[in-house]
Design a protein around this ligand. Structure first.
Ligand code: 13P
Length: 337
């Protein structure tokens, strides 16, 4: 553990191991205000701070959530927010034995000189922001950049995505936050699963090349990949066994066993599909903890059940717990439906 990460090296390894603990995964609840607004609109609610607070209070206070969830990713507003009962959201999570995390990227903008692709902003001021987030109780971070298959991806877009992730990872580790490294390969497109595999190999090769160049300590990171699937508009669908076979083959070829945890995003898969795919990947013994970091695949039914009505809070919390338990079983390879 002599590779950089300075005084935080031991703590980073410990944090990453805690998050990657058996039967647990991450609840992604870090929707930006714009994305949260879309979710609230889908149940007829206005995008106000009070409504966001009510919804996030519901999520963090689910009884015994910590049995299945080891980390929760927050948007900056939530990191500094209290529940509707006036307790710090961060304190509620810690009492639940859930590690608080923070989305630190500043979102996607067009990448000049590319094929209509995007790049992820947020490196300016990141050192001071991550230091402040640590003071506020965050112990891990997320940076989501995307790669589009229908638009290329161009060599430029892949290099930019990989370099940005590597700089972010180094800066986060310097300030005590375990970086979740997330180059999301978007589901959009008509391409088949072999094309997704080919692109994913290229992307992960570059991400690890630049992380090594930036002296990132691999024992103190977590990955958030997309599963290897056919494009969303591809006519040939894949079974959970095929998704698992392709995705594990990719991980074995590209991800060193020093990395403690692989926490998949759900990326538009249905709740059940995301659970079945994860379960299929845990039918073999893997060198890393293979788990979830789902937003939509954990929250969809919960949000709909709530509908913004106080009398539905318990039922909505039960809905979240059902998905969390199912994915916990899938992490252990024991989900039976
Ligand atoms: P989904 O699981 O809805 O894809 O979101 C996960 C996430 O946090 C993407 O960054």
């Amino acid at each position: 553990l002599t590779v950089r990460a300075g005084s935080y090296a031991e703590e980073l390894v410990k944090t990453a191991k805690t998050i990657a603990s058996p039967g647990r995964g991450i609840l992604a609840m870090d929707e930006s205000n714009a994305t949260c607004g879309k979710r609230l609109a889908s149940i007829g609610l206005e995008n106000t701070e009070a409504n966001r607070q009510a919804y996030r209070t519901l999520l963090v206070t689910v009884p015994s959530l910590g049995d299945y969830v080891s980390g929760a990713i927050l948007f900056e507003e939530t990191l500094y927010q209290s529940t509707t009962d006036g307790k710090k959201m961060v304190d509620v999570l810690v009492e639940q034995k859930i590690v608080p995390g923070i989305k630190v990227d500043k979102g996607l903008v067009p990448l000049a000189g590319s094929n209509d692709e995007s790049w992820c902003q947020g490196l300016d001021g990141l050192a001071s922001r991550t230091a402040a987030y640590y003071q506020q109780g965050a112990r891990f971070a997320k940076w989501r950049t995307v790669v589009s298959i229908p638009n290329g991806p161009s060599a430029l877009a892949v290099k930019e995505a990989a370099w940005g992730l590597a700089r972010y990872a180094a800066i986060s580790q310097d300030n005590g936050l375990v970086p979740i490294v997330e180059p999301e390969i978007l589901l959009d497109g008509e391409h088949g699963i072999d094309r997704t595999f080919e692109v994913a190999q290229k992307v992960w090769a570059e991400v690890f090349f630049y992380m090594a160049e930036n002296n990132v300590m691999f024992e103190g990171i977590l990955l958030k990949p997309s599963m290897v699937t056919p494009g969303a508009e591809c006519k040939d669908r894949a079974t959970p066994e095929q998704v698992a076979e392709y995705t594990l083959k990719l991980l074995h070829r590209r991800i060193p066993p020093a990395v403690p945890g692989i926490m998949f995003l759900s990326g538009g898969q249905s709740e059940v599909e995301a659970t079945l795919n994860l379960n299929a990947m845990n039918q073999s013994a893997n060198p890393w903890h293979v788990s979830f970091s789902y937003a939509r695949a954990l929250q969809n039914t919960c949000l709909k059940t709530w509908g913004g009505r106080p009398e539905n809070v318990n039922a909505a919390q039960e809905a979240l717990l059902i998905r969390a338990k199912a994915n916990s079983l899938a992490q252990l390879g024991k989900y039976t439906g």
